[in-house]
Design a protein around this ligand. Structure first.
Ligand code: COA
Length: 395
């Protein structure tokens, strides 16, 4: 080390608080993601100083890929995560049992990482993701049993990014950060993820105020050429075109590449109407027609015993602002209530998810009596950002 660098290093040492762990490492040799370092700042010259904070256990945290060979070690951790999935992560369903989970890992349907605390020799964290058909990697969960969630996230995400950078077949990583994930939310953008605020709203059929609000609406069609109908299979082509036009620039298109192309939106409409996103309710799915051609849509599926969901509602950009969104939504709810009263479905509440800054959608849902239940960030990482990521640098 040159004298100049040695002087600089001593200066830096003094700047570091007492009790903090310091590691000097040769420049050009970045720490492996599971080596137990948190990077701080670099000195000029051949040395870099890495701040690792005051907790020596950070050295003991290592991330590993989950494989068919090591998955058995995760049984107790997976069990504890499963118990917290519904209350803490707002999962609609319990995760699969451990045996089917193991099979999914062996078949690479599900992939992921686990984090080991080598000081106590046990797994303390988990991350699971799957490759979706639509060129998206969907993270199912990031779970930590350590207080130091940032370190857990750091080990997991670095290894994940290092792996996926060399993998083809994906354009975007997507993670709906539902439930108690405050610690992850605050740090995940370090790795190039971008957040979009999402609001979950619901219309409760047992809420008499919501029903009053709905009843009081006096809405009119914008002209004699317009009509609100229910779903017919022959509308599929033009409805797909409407979905494409209204969603290609939406946030959904950021983490679900299907919305960026007409072919992709056709697949979404196909998946919806074939019941792959819950039981499709054609009698309650409404379509706005102009001269007999679909220009707007409001899909309804039943995603639980007593719960309906609006996965998509939209109006072609050339037809927005004319009241069609309000009309589609009102007709959808009313038909669902009528069908429920007639014993044709068991839906008692309708939920939906929308961007927190989608003013038109907020106005539309509130006007019909929907209430906001809670908000959460949906984060996504593009391939471009993953390739640009450099450990220790703001992305
Ligand atoms: C949200 C959407 C369906 C609304 O359709 P629309 O036909 O324009 O809706 P309406 O004309 O009935 O208007 C609904 C409310 O939004 C308001 N609105 C419509 N466009 C607006 C705009 N650009 N800015 C602010 N408010 C707007 C209307 O004034 C109305 O409020 P009001 O009833 O209190 O007057 C439509 O904008 C759309 O397709 N957006 C893209 C897809 C999407 O975001 N879907 C929702 C999430 S799944």
């Amino acid at each position: 080390m040159s004298l100049r660098n040695s002087v600089q290093l001593n200066r830096k040492r003094k700047q570091l608080g007492s009790g903090e762990w310091r590691i000097l490492q040769r420049r050009g040799l970045p720490p492996p993601c599971d080596a137990g370092y948190n990077e701080g700042w670099a000195l000029s010259g051949p040395w870099r100083v890495l701040r690792v904070g005051s907790d020596p256990r950070r050295f003991m945290i290592k991330a590993h890929r989950i494989t068919a060979e090591n998955v058995d070690a995760l049984a107790p951790l997976y069990q504890r995560f499963s118990e917290s999935a519904k209350p803490d992560y707002h999962w609609s369903y319990d995760p699969v049992d451990f045996e089917p989970f193991k099979k999914s890992i062996a078949a690479k349907i599900l992939q992921g990482y686990w984090v080991e605390d080598t000081s106590v020799d046990r797994p303390v964290g988990l991350m699971l993701y799957r490759q979706e058909d639509h060129r998206a990697l969907e993270i199912n969960v990031i779970y930590s049993e350590l207080e130091d969630k940032k370190t857990i996230l750091d080990r997991l995400i670095r290894l994940f990014i290092a792996d996926i950078r060399d993998t083809e077949g994906w354009d975007v990583v997507s993670y709906a950060m539902l439930g108690k994930q405050e610690h992850f939310i605050r740090s995940i953008c370090w790795y190039g993820f971008k957040p979009v605020g999402q609001a979950i709203l619901n219309f409760d059929f047992m809420d008499t105020i919501a029903l009053q609000i709905l009843k009081q609406q006096k809405l009119e069609l914008p002209g004699p050429e317009y009509q609100i109908d229910t779903w017919k299979p022959e509308y599929a082509g033009e409805v797909s075109q409407s979905v494409f036009e209204s969603f290609s620039k939406s946030s959904d298109a950021k983490w679900d590449p299907r919305f960026r192309t007409l072919t992709g939106t056709r697949k979404v409409v196909g998946a919806l109407t074939y019941g792959m996103m819950g039981k499709f309710l054609p009698a309650c799915t409404t379509v706005a027609l102009k001269d007999g051609v679909p220009v707007g849509f409001c899909f309804l599926v039943q995603d639980d015993v007593t719960s309906g969901n609006i996965p998509l509602i939209g109006v072609r950009p050339s037809e927005t602002g004319k009241g069609l969104g309000n009309l589609l939504l009102q007709a959808c709810i009313e038909r669902c209530i009528d069908d429920m009263l007639a014993g044709n479905n068991s839906v008692l509440k309708i939920t939906t998810t929308m961007d927190t800054d989608n003013i038109a959608a907020i106005k539309m849902y509130r006007r019909m009596g929907f209430r906001e239940e809670y908000n959460y960030p949906h984060v996504y990482l593009t391939r471009e950002k993953a390739l640009a990521y450099q450990p220790g640098k703001w992305c």
